[in-house]
Ligand binder design. Structure first.
Ligand SMILES: Cc1ncc(COP(=O)(O)O)c(C=O)c1O
Length: 387
């Protein structure tokens, strides 16, 4: 057997490891996945069914995707992201992930450094390694609700730095980076000629007075930003594998060179479903947001009653939170999660999965029914009481 050295150096995903271990135990309260548990709304499924019945889904589309879909995406980007664009600047992708892959492969040369404000989505870290780049993790400021460390980012820049990748709202911390900070980040990118790749998977799930801001809406950033979006979270379409990427039209031909070998085109049936999602009522998105707000509040209440076991920042967005744990001497977050799974039957994700700055934390997902959260916390209360 011969495997690439680069691949051998990449560690297995801790999220998938917890899922695997959870399957070996009966009746686990499962808070490990950032995957909506709701089903895809009916009108979206119907769009797909109609397309199948009309014989529209058996072939490829152009690599960028259906014109009608891209026209709807252009309207959405203008309306909700303040990004004025045209269909020649949009590629439909296999979820946000494929957009991120296509973007990273298009811009990185071996040894290029990529700054990742972290903790961050573990796949971003792995993706940079896969493209033979070097992830440079700059810690978020936990004491300031995981704010971007603008000075820290400036200091981390070297002649090898090519890009910054961030997700806002952030996975795993739930932080919504405010416009002011993202404008500062944009200034850094312009000053040092860096690309910014954004992952805006949770754009619609922001709470309280937080606001989602797309860095591509800053006119000077047009040739510097590659923005990745998805239907996965917004419309509970995880399995449809459909998202899109926005970039300046001069960048698109280069990104297309990586998009085609990755996928040729996004799944055609899902492109039709996505048209229905964008053209149909957006009531479902508001309902999902209201549900996550309720489950976030419930999770915070339950954490408050866990008597100093965890300290946490209230997430302003996403459906994830990242409480800190006091670890026993010599123990790490993986050992902590595995023990809690075995002894309390509660599945969480170890913070170390999100980069070294994630150690001593757990990621908890609140994209689950309220009863699942109550089940998990009833068990944790009993577990920590007897310790
Ligand atoms: C920040 C972030 N980006 C991307 C993804 C994957 O999105 P998609 O299903 O659109 O590929 C996830 C999934 O959990 C995520 O949390």
């Amino acid at each position: 057997m011969r495997i690439s050295e680069k691949i051998l150096r990449i560690k297995k995903s801790a999220i998938h490891e917890m899922t695997r271990l959870s399957k070996e135990i009966d009746d686990v309260a499962f808070l490990s996945w950032a995957k909506p548990t709701s089903d895809t709304p009916e009108h979206i499924k119907e769009g797909a069914i109609d397309a199948i019945k009309s014989g529209l889904v058996g072939g490829y589309t152009t690599s960028a995707g259906l014109v009608e879909l891209r026209q709807e995406i252009v309207k959405k980007l203008g309306r909700d992201n303040a990004v004025k664009t045209s269909i020649s600047e949009v590629i439909t992708t296999v979820g946000a992930i494929e957009g991120l892959c296509a973007a990273v492969f298009a811009i990185l040369d071996p040894g290029d450094e990529v700054i990742l404000p972290s903790p961050t989505y573990s796949t971003h870290i792995r993706l940079v390694r896969l493209a033979s780049g070097k992830p440079v993790m700059v810690p978020l400021i936990e004491e300031e609700n995981y704010a971007l460390d603008i000075e820290g980012i400036r200091k981390a820049i070297t002649p090898k730095t090519k890009a910054i990748i961030y997700c806002s709202p952030n996975n795993p911390t739930g932080t919504v980076f405010p416009e002011k900070q993202l404008r500062q980040l944009a200034e850094i990118a312009l000053e040092h000629n860096l690309m910014i790749i954004t992952d805006e998977a949770y754009e619609y799930f922001v709470f309280d007075d937080h606001k989602h801001f797309s860095i591509a809406s800053i006119p000077e950033m047009r040739k510097k930003a590659i923005s990745c979006y998805t239907f996965t979270k917004t419309y509970a379409m995880t399995g449809w594998r459909i998202g899109y990427l926005h970039a300046d039209e001069e960048l698109i031909p280069h990104i297309t060179k990586t998009h085609i070998p990755l996928t040729i085109c996004a799944p055609v049936v899902s492109q039709y479903a996505a048209i229905s999602a964008l053209k149909g009522s957006q009531k479902c998105v508001n309902e999902f947001r209201d549900h996550y707000l309720a489950t976030r509040n419930l999770m915070c209440d339950r954490l408050d009653n866990l008597d100093n076991v965890f300290s946490y920042n209230k997430p302003g967005g996403s459906y994830l939170m990242f409480p800190k744990i006091e670890l026993e001497e010599g123990k790490d977050s993986s050992a902590f999660c595995k023990r809690m799974l075995r002894e309390a039957k509660v599945s969480t994700t170890p913070g170390i999965a999100f980069g070294p700055t994630g150690e001593s934390h757990l990621r908890l997902s609140f994209c689950v029914p309220e009863k699942e959260i109550n089940k998990a916390f009833d068990r944790m209360e009993a577990y920590f009481k007897q310790k």
